[in-house]
Write a protein that binds this ligand. Structure first.
Ligand SMILES: Cc1cc2nc3c(=O)[nH]c(=O)nc-3n(C[C@H](O)[C@H](O)[C@H](O)COP(=O)(O)O)c2cc1C
Length: 317
């Protein structure tokens, strides 16, 4: 079984990938999407979003990180895909799942699930441009408004040359409302002879078991569940208990140091609040702390609060 860390724009940045892959259990990460419109993007756009490119395309724990692209223009996507692998990305992932807004006629993500032919053209162009030793993968939902094109879209991506598909088992219209329709992944698997990774609503090890059973997929991709429970991937592999709260607090402290040192002071309070919005689903302590933390704006105040909590937890434990 491979376990892949899902791309999450605005949440899973290189620091979060570093944290979570150090905790362990992941085989691969996918970056937040790079939006491609009508140009070959400068190298710095890639390295800003994926600084791991400067370290051989791997997190410090040694887990490969694949760049994801989002866009609608086959030629520009192909040129940028080539750039991504030249810069060190171990392959390229194409995003056909995000409910991203159309900006100045430039679209991408889930809206393309209405255009089976465009999916084919994009995949074909990108696959033809990227050297064969690099995987070109796609992440898709089951459809835009409904599932009527799910199988045709998967077939089009396969015929276009996709190495592997990851399926978030819901339509765009379903948003993030449970359930994820894992049995649909089995239907897709029946029509494409390539590996299909199952994604959506895996919050606990038992969900992973059920998802693998119902989808028939060996490989899974974890998004929000991995943020709610940083050792979820390890637990899915080896059992054990959720990471104890004091260890989660230590991770939060480390993340804070990195975020602030990484010259992202401006983003820090948003990022940490984002992470908390997931942690509180698993940890009652996070819920309590979130109520205090959400009122704070300054990084220093947040760090101070976390430090106090860590001392308290250490004394108690
Ligand atoms: C805040 C947020 C940002 C996301 N950003 C991306 C993205 O950049 N690219 C992508 O393909 N999917 C993105 N997704 C979708 C996730 O990768 C994943 O498919 C979805 O969250 C379902 O998996 P989960 O139930 O394990 O979270 C995002 C999801 C969330 C909640």
């Amino acid at each position: 079984m491979r376990i892949i860390l899902a791309p999450m724009e605005g949440v899973v940045d290189h620091l979060m990938r570093d944290m979570l892959t150090q905790v362990g259990g992941f085989d691969l990460c996918i970056t937040e999407f790079v939006r491609v419109v009508d140009q070959l993007l400068p190298r710095r756009v890639f390295t800003r979003l994926c600084p791991e490119l400067k370290q051989g395309g791997k997190t410090p724990a040694g887990v490969p990180v694949r760049v994801q692209l989002l866009g609608q223009e086959p030629d520009w996507l192909a040129e940028n895909a080539v750039r991504a692998v030249e810069l060190g990305s171990p392959g390229v992932d194409l995003n056909f799942g995000c409910p991203a807004k159309t900006v100045n006629k430039s679209k991408g993500g889930a809206v393309l699930l209405k255009e089976t032919d465009t999916l084919y053209r994009i995949m074909h162009k990108v696959r033809s441009a990227v050297p064969a030793q690099f995987p070109v993968t796609a992440k898709m939902r089951l459809g835009f408004d409904d599932t009527s094109l799910a199988l045709d879209n998967a077939r089009a991506l396969y015929e276009g040359g996709a190495t592997e598909l990851a399926i978030h088992a819901r339509t765009k219209a379903d948003g993030y409302r449970p359930p994820a329709y894992w049995p649909w992944i089995a239907k897709v698997r029946a029509v494409v002879p390539i590996n299909v990774v199952a994604n959506g609503e895996i919050w606990q090890p038992a969900d992973a078991v059920l998802c693998r059973e119902q989808s028939g997929s060996h490989d899974i991709m974890l998004g929000r569940g991995a943020l709610a429970q940083p050792n979820l991937a390890l637990r899915i592999r080896d059992g054990g208990e959720p990471l104890p709260w004091p260890l989660v607090l230590s991770l939060l402290m480390r993340y804070s140091e990195y975020e602030i040192a990484g010259d992202k002071g401006l983003y820090y309070s948003n990022r940490i609040k984002q992470w908390f919005s997931y942690l509180r689903l698993q940890y009652p302590q996070a819920e309590q702390l979130f109520q205090q933390l959400r009122l704070l704006r300054k990084s220093a105040d947040i760090v101070l609060l976390l430090k106090q909590q860590l001392h308290q937890a250490e004394r108690a434990g």
